[in-house]
Design a protein around this ligand. Structure first.
Ligand code: NAP
Length: 233
């Protein structure tokens, strides 16, 4: 049985991926900022109590990270998969030249790049004990340096930084034995992606599940599109 931790599992792509992963032989620590308001996630977890545990985790709060990882460690000594899914788009003060503020740009970069790295670090001991241990960073095509077009400064900077964190983690695999990959979930109909997006959350979640299942150490350091093709950095 795979042991999995996923962030931002209460809505959007995280919830869709959670539904998908529950179909596999997996025990999932489904984390979110406010479990008391995570109705859909709580309902899902109540249907599969032996498989799903809901934990509070705000990725920007190091005490919350410590507490969530301690809760996992109290139940298992190994984690096979960490999915860093939680993320924000940020508001116009992180998006539009002329309106940018240092606070907002920093907040988006912290949430999308710094915090996933700190959580990954906090999970090292559990991951090192895992079976084919993997870290999946849910990034974005907007983080690719090849992508043209303007705006979305903070978001695009944050995903490029997340990609680099994944690359460095991948180089460290010689020491850790952990495979780290980056994935673009596609343009998805969530609160972030909006209603016009190309994919339904379940389509993205299903594709990500397929991709995650076939990951091996040979994939270490790669940047995947949700369909399994590779993306340019
Ligand atoms: N949708 C797309 O088209 C698209 C495209 C490319 C990449 N992505 C990436 O896919 C991931 C999921 O996006 P989504 O579309 O599902 O977005 P979403 O519907 O806006 O959901 C974002 C999730 O992240 C959580 N989150 C935000 N800040 C957090 C924090 N500090 N600590 C813990 N959780 C936090 C949210 O929790 P709350 O409910 O508490 O706010 C929510 O669960 C993100 O990393 C995003 O960048 C999405």
């Amino acid at each position: 049985m795979q042991t999995i931790l996923i962030t931002g599992a209460n809505r959007g792509i995280g919830l869709a991926l959670m539904r998908q992963l529950l179909q596999d032989d997996a025990r999932i620590f489904a984390t979110c900022r406010a479990p008391e308001r995570a109705d859909a996630l709580n309902e899902l977890a109540q249907q599969r109590p032996e498989r799903a545990t809901v934990l509070q985790l705000d990725v920007n709060d190091e005490a919350s990270i410590e507490s969530a990882v301690a809760s996992v460690a109290a139940k298992t000594d190994a984690l096979d998969l960490l999915v860093n899914n939680a993320g924000i788009g940020g508001d116009d003060s992180g998006r539009i030249l002329g309106q940018l503020t240092s606070d907002e740009v920093s907040h988006v970069i912290r949430t999308n790049a710094v915090s996933p790295l700190i959580l990954t670090q906090a999970c090292q001991k559990l991951l090192k004990n895992g079976d084919n241990p993997r870290v999946v960073m849910i990034s974005s095509g907007l983080g690719s340096l090849q992508r043209t077009g303007g705006t979305s400064y903070a978001y695009r900077m944050s995903k490029a930084a997340m990609n680099m964190a994944a690359r460095v983690l991948a180089f460290d695999s010689a020491m850790t034995g952990i495979t780290t990959v980056t994935m673009n979930p596609g343009w998805v109909q969530t609160d972030m992606g909006g209603p016009s997006a190309a994919l339904k959350p379940e389509e993205s979640g299903s594709a990500l599940r397929t991709l995650i299942k076939r990951l091996t150490p040979a994939d270490n350091g790669k940047f995947f599109q949700y369909d399994g093709s590779e993306l340019p950095w």
